[in-house]
Design a protein around this ligand. Structure first.
Ligand code: 13P
Length: 326
């Protein structure tokens, strides 16, 4: 497992989240008037993964179940293809959200049969796993009981992953939707992470072989406030230091609806300001890495090259930001 963790966050490298669920890819393609089908999804993923040069910047790619069974145009499965390029393939294993106690919050499901699924994923060459919990901030949410249950499941996922030899990426995403302030986001982030690490400790999870995937501390999108990168860095690092144990191998950020430019600039500032923070810090972006490429691709073969150029350009910038070199 340690070998996998080291490869994922090797110098200058981070993760591409290409694990959009069926529901999410329908939404992303739909915004560009494209209709998601397994074949169009496959072509899209092939466009991304075949981009020349990405192995310099990507330690790993997170895949969705549909993709791990698909092959590229040369008949090679995507996990094999990525491995051949020196990129570690991983898999999103949660099964989405379900209502929690009828109170309006939604908890992540997918623990049932997880160990059996992981055994199959291991045979396909996958080395790490991801589980996403989604946490909304409103005047009344998140409730304590919801956080307890959601973080408990996240910790169980991490334990079962490690028992099967996978490095878990534990993702409690604090959603950007809402009018909340950065201060309230900080308060909820710290509270969530503290509960998560209590649960991980109770499950005896090895933190040295675990990644925390998290949102940056930001004001809600509806507040209309776009903070300067130095403010995002200051509050995010303060919150992390307050709640995340030093043994954790690495922290990777999701982009969460920030523009590609914001997600790049904010990561750069976090790295520049991280001082003696004990963890590796890097990226695990979906939208911020893919948005420009997807819009240029539009499902057409003749656009593949232009889309790949945009993808590589953004990845190069994000990798520079991961080194604090922008
Ligand atoms: P975004 O970077 O688009 O937020 O996605 C990251 C992710 O993996 C969400 O689960």
């Amino acid at each position: 497992m340690n070998d996998t963790a080291q490869k994922l966050l090797a110098p200058g490298k981070g993760l591409l989240a290409a694990d959009e669920s069926t529901h999410t890819i329908v939404k992303r393609f739909g915004a560009l008037s494209l209709t998601s089908t397994p074949e169009l999804n496959r072509k899209y993923r092939e466009m991304l993964f075949a981009t020349p040069g990405i192995e310099q910047f990507l330690g790993g790619v997170i895949l969705f179940d549909e993709t791990v069974h698909q092959k590229n145009d040369d008949g090679i499965t995507f996990p094999e293809y990525l491995t051949g390029r020196g990129i570690v393939p991983g898999i999103k294993v949660d099964e989405g959200l379900e209502p929690f106690n009828g109170g309006g919050e939604q908890v992540t499901k997918g623990l049932e049969g997880l160990s059996d699924r992981l055994k199959k994923y291991s045979e396909l060459g996958l080395k790490f796993t991801k589980w996403r919990a989604a946490i909304s901030i409103t005047d009344i949410f998140p409730t304590d009981s919801f956080l307890q249950e959601n973080m408990e499941r996240l910790a169980r996922f991490a334990k079962i992953s490690q028992e099967n030899g996978f490095v878990p990426v534990t993702e409690p995403e604090i959603l950007l939707d809402g009018n909340h302030t950065s201060t309230r986001c900080e308060e909820i982030s710290v509270k969530t992470w503290k509960i998560l690490f209590e649960k991980l400790k109770a499950e005896n999870v090895d933190l040295t072989n675990l990644l925390l995937k998290t949102s940056m501390v930001l004001p809600g999108k509806g507040s209309g406030v776009i903070p300067a990168p130095f403010e995002v860095a200051q509050v995010t690092l303060r919150a992390l230091k307050n709640a995340v144990p030093a043994e954790v191998f690495g922290i990777v950020f999701l982009s969460g609806g920030q523009s590609p430019e914001e997600a790049t600039a904010n990561l750069n500032e976090i790295i520049k300001d991280k001082g003696d923070s004990p963890w590796q810090i890097s990226f695990s972006y979906a939208r911020a890495l893919q948005e420009e490429a997807m819009a240029a691709w539009l499902g057409k073969d003749e656009n593949v090259k232009a889309a790949q150029e945009l993808f590589l350009k953004r990845l190069t910038l994000v990798s520079k930001a991961r080194n604090g070199q922008l």
